[in-house]
Design a protein around this ligand. Structure first.
Ligand code: DX5
Ligand code: ZN
Length: 214
């Protein structure tokens, strides 16, 4: 299982220490939530934080763009050190072109679905992606409640993957904790994002270990 702790829930007053902890930890990737206040009702951070991560992180950066017109930013995020670029299906008018442009920049291309978007819309895109990120909360904030219907979506997406003979990864983001993680993995998820359930406890490094032992 791939664990991608979400930096959004970290303490930005001690960003250095948080990144160092993630470097030391069993985390596989670092999930980086970029919000523009237009696609989602919140603004998080952008290039200055990417720059710190690029300098200090020793884990692949799993960048989740919650922004309109993500295609305009592909090169900039490559330059800023992104390894995986997640763009929302709902934000990209020409998804195929966007995914190709991400690959042209030698990054992994991932498409993200909001909770209301059925996995079936990806039927003709799955060949072009390295990963599908299913949102299990409405994007915009950390610490929200997991939407239970996600289990069914993971299962349907895993069945599509099987039927099409593809091997993209399935990642889940929002409200993931030690209680729902086993069921998500059972239904076919490969990667889990965890924000508040990792950073909301006194020993985040230990919590990461607990996730990885599932
Ligand atoms: C929500 C973000 C998530 C968020 C997850 O819009 O995409 O990555 O940080 O945080 P938790 O795990 O607390 O739901
Ligand atoms: Zn995210």
């Amino acid at each position: 299982m791939i664990l991608s702790p979400s930096l959004l829930s970290a303490d930005f007053g001690k960003l250095d220490e948080e990144i160092e902890m993630l470097n030391r930890s069993d985390a596989d990737w670092i999930h980086v939530d970029v919000m523009d206040g237009v696609f989602v009702p919140n603004i998080s951070f952008g290039m200055p934080i990417m720059k710190v991560l690029q300098e200090k992180s020793r884990k692949p950066l799993d960048v989740h763009l919650m922004i309109v017109e993500p295609e305009k930013w592909i090169e900039r995020f490559k330059e800023a050190g992104a390894d995986i670029l997640n763009v929302h299906y709902e934000a990209s008018r020409h998804l195929n072109r966007t995914l190709n442009a991400i690959h042209d920049q030698r990054m992994k291309a991932a498409v993200t679905l909001n909770p209301h978007t059925p996995v079936e819309v990806l039927e003709d895109s799955l060949e072009d992606v390295d990963m599908v990120l299913l949102m299990s909360v409405n994007p915009g904030y950390g610490g929200q409640k997991f939407i239970e219907r996600t289990y069914n979506k993971v299962e349907r997406l895993a069945a599509m993957r099987e039927r099409l003979g593809l091997n993209f990864l399935i990642e889940i983001d929002g409200g993931v904790n030690l209680e729902n993680a086993p069921e998500l993995l059972k239904r076919g998820a490969d990667a889990l994002v965890a924000g508040s359930s990792v950073f909301g406890v006194p020993n985040a490094e230990q919590r990461i270990k607990e996730f990885k032992q599932l």
